[in-house]
Design a protein around this ligand. Structure first.
Ligand code: ASP
Length: 257
């Protein structure tokens, strides 16, 4: 029997001071699931809460690029095969909503000016986003959920790594690297995007799980692919279980516990 559940994270390397925004996001997602809403709706609305939290590196509070600009990435995918990836969008407080609008299109990835143009067509608010000058180098926010019908979804959003060049894209909006979702598992990654990309981390962990490894072991196996000094975190939801793993501090919250 499928049971609704949600997990949110506030980024590998973030500490307990960032926990309140993650808790609030998880509560919002759980409210939606508990009222019979979909996994997709739950992860998108949970990520919106974290994008609006100036402490977390996504939407408002995103980290500035080397040239002082703010470019944001967001991604969403569902177990029925829908995908939306937004890269390096500007002037968009909630890029996850733009990514969600891509789910019903026959194109799945938009970047830069094209992404903002699509956001305009869909009526998403255009406003300059206030970033954060916090020294933290990395962090992403993410959510995975299962609804009462057993559907899975994953959503992530990030300002990327502080001080990276204009136009830099990390793993977060890269299918198979920063996120994965199929009929049996939804996974979100956080950490140093360049390293996660090279490992195609989330798809590798999914394949490992599908070969018969428990979800907890599959996530630990994924984390162990990296040197200990490379911050990496993972959250995952399957049809009957869930897990989180990180080689550093990472605010996480799951409902029901
Ligand atoms: N993975 C993100 C990026 O490289 C940052 C993070 O999750 O810490 O853009």
């Amino acid at each position: 029997m499928d049971k609704a559940s949600i997990i949110c994270h506030g980024g590998a390397g973030h500490t307990a001071s960032d926990q309140p925004g993650v808790d609030a996001a998880t509560q919002r997602g759980w409210q939606i699931l508990n009222a019979g809403g979909s996994a997709l709706e739950a992860v998108v609305e949970a990520v919106v809460i974290m994008e609006d939290d100036p402490v977390l590196n996504a939407g408002t509070g995103g980290r500035y690029r080397a040239d002082g600009s703010l470019q944001l990435d967001a991604a969403v995918a569902t177990s029925d095969g829908k995908l939306g990836l937004i890269m390096a969008i500007e002037d968009t407080p909630n890029p996850i909503r733009v990514a969600a609008d891509l789910l019903s299109e026959d194109f799945h990835i938009l970047a830069g000016r094209g992404a903002r143009h699509f956001a305009d067509l869909k009526g998403h608010r255009k406003a300059s986003v206030v970033g954060s000058k916090s020294p933290s180098a990395t962090d992403t926010v993410g959510a995975v959920a299962r609804d009462k019908d057993g559907n899975l979804a994953v959503a992530s959003s990030t300002g990327g790594c502080s001080g990276r060049p204009l136009g830099r894209v990390g793993d977060t909006p890269m299918w198979g690297s920063g996120l994965w979702c199929d009929q049996n598992i939804a996974i979100a990654a956080t950490g140093i995007g360049e390293e996660i990309l090279k490992q195609l981390l989330c798809s590798k962990v999914a394949v490992h799980h599908h070969s018969g490894t428990s979800i907890n072991h599959a996530l630990s196996w994924g984390i162990d692919l990296f040197d200990k000094n490379i911050e990496i975190g993972l959250i995952a939801m399957t049809r009957d279980s869930q897990a989180t793993a990180a080689n550093t501090v990472m605010p996480v919250c799951n409902f029901p516990e």
